[in-house]
Design a protein around this ligand. Structure first.
Ligand code: PLP
Length: 467
């Protein structure tokens, strides 16, 4: 299906960018670039399959699925039609003491996909709200069940869990938090599972490293006092820092520790759910049962905004009685149009076998990216499913990373723009060590992997020459 954008511009016509620069406050964006006239805001006007087009008519391979979102690819008419149908039938009704068919159907469907007894679906409009909801549920649950001191949360360094005050407290990125302190107190941080940066003694033993990292969680619980700790939040594969898969045994050990101290395990699957790692929920692929899953992004493939917190029967139990209710909600949570789109998206997943497609092609994706190891600037290629990070290093032998100034010059000054100018939209991120992140639509195959590799090769070769 080819759609003509509503307002077509010709190359050289900057009207969209000019207006954006005057009025649109872009998220996490340095507006000084545009204020000082160093460039124009890239304006995307159309998408089809794995590609998007800008207002100048240039085409880009969407190597990030928008923002880890567009699982089914762009331009899927059936998802647009599902939205239109629902808007006509019932555009809006809240789920505050009422229900409507699409929220009911979607809740049942998500409960069906979620592992074990995760049967209660609380809708939000995104991942940060889902994380926020999970922390609040953990606090209220323990207050209702006779453990009122349990309120603290443990999460991992460099992990990103969203921007609301609670979710930002759980986030492990000092730079993202500094202007908003004091945040919600009692967010405790432990090491993440970046094996490439493991302490020297564990560098060649992934399993031992995983157990070491899990023990840091136990240590934090004991140090804080188990009677005060409510939950551990972690992504099955951590995004920020560049796609850290869980070392073998790590998640099992974390589960055991949580059980031992009656601490809830929250799998933040904002990115990893809905096929990104080849399963509806990645935690199930790793064989571990969480108490709560938070999810969003891929649920609708981006054709509407939706998120959810999926909780176990055990956590719902106190809310079945007396005057108890979970004192929390969002106007747009469980929006009929978003729910209809999510259902159509999940139908599409089933019909096209998207999960199987990821499983069938994930090793080809990895192998293709690993070809880049012949470039000295490539230190580590890591990830799982259709979710990969490429860590860049100054010296591969010593794993020496870049100084802040070099990283600024390399990532912001060159890589970001060069990749984009060469037709690849992806992410160059230096919130941890510098990485390039790839997370393409799940419909991608070998031809797309090759295209990514070729563009990365050209740009990284030039980046290496510039060092
Ligand atoms: C793991 C994780 N949690 C939470 C969020 C926040 O989601 P949202 O931007 O939908 O609030 C993100 C966003 O990327 C995320 O990756």
């Amino acid at each position: 299906m080819t759609i003509t954008p509503q307002f077509v511009t010709e190359p050289g016509d900057d009207r969209w960018a000019t207006s954006a620069e005057r009025h649109l406050w872009m998220h996490f964006t340095r507006h000084s670039i545009y204020e000082s006239g160093q460039g124009h805001v890239p304006v995307m006007v159309r998408g089809e399959g794995a590609y998007v087009w800008d207002d100048q008519g240039r085409r880009y391979l969407d190597g990030l699925a928008g923002l880890f979102v567009v699982q089914a690819g762009h331009g899927r008419r059936e998802l647009a039609e599902a939205a239109a149908r629902q808007a006509e039938e019932l555009a809006f009704f809240p789920i505050w003491s009422y229900a409507h068919p699409r929220a009911i159907e979607l809740a049942e469907r998500l409960a069906h996909y979620a592992p074990g007894d995760l049967n209660r679906v609380f809708f939000t409009t995104g991942g940060g709200e889902a994380v926020e909801s999970a922390w609040k549920l953990a606090k209220q649950y323990f207050k209702l069940t006779g453990k009122p001191m349990k309120h603290k949360v443990i999460s991992r360094n460099i992990a990103y869990h969203g921007t609301p005050h609670g979710a930002l407290s759980i986030t492990g990125l000092a730079g993202a938090k500094k202007y908003f302190e004091p945040l919600v107190p009692t967010g405790i941080k432990v090491p993440n599972t970046n094996f490439y940066r493991a302490p020297e003694e564990y560098r060649y033993d992934e399993k031992a490293f995983g157990l070491w990292a899990a023990e840091r969680i136990r240590e934090a619980i004991e140090f804080e006092g188990p009677e005060t700790v409510a939950a551990v939040f972690l992504e099955p594969v951590q995004n920020s820092g560049g796609c850290f898969p869980p070392p073998p045994g790590y998640l099992d050990r974390v589960r055991e520790i949580c059980d031992e101290y009656d601490v809830l395990l929250v799998a933040d699957e904002t990115i990893t759910a809905f096929g990104r790692i080849g399963d509806m929920f990645a935690i199930a692929r790793f064989g571990v049962q969480p108490d709560i899953i938070t999810c969003a992004k891929g649920m609708t493939s981006g054709y509407a905004a939706a998120g959810a917190m999926i909780a176990s029967d055990r956590l719902f139990e106190p809310f079945r009685h007396g005057t108890n209710s979970f004192l929390h909600g969002y106007t747009w949570g469980g929006h009929p149009v978003a729910s209809a789109v999510a259902l159509a998206n999940l139908d599409l997943f089933e019909r096209e076998g998207l999960l199987q497609h990821v499983r069938d092609n994930e090793s080809a994706f990895r192998t293709t990216l690993e070809r880049l190891y012949d470039l000295p600037i490539v230190g580590d290629v890591r990830g799982a499913g259709y979710f990969y990070g490429i860590e860049l290093v100054k010296d591969r032998e010593t794993r020496e990373t870049f100084s802040d100034e070099e990283s600024e010059r390399l990532l912001r000054g060159y890589l970001d723009k060069a990749l984009f100018d060469n037709g690849l939209y992806c992410r160059a991120d230096d919130r941890g060590d510098p990485v390039i992140q790839l997370s393409p639509p799940l419909i991608c195959g070998q031809a797309h992997f090759d295209e990514m590799e070729q563009i990365l090769r050209a740009v990284l070769t030039e980046a290496g020459n510039r060092l």
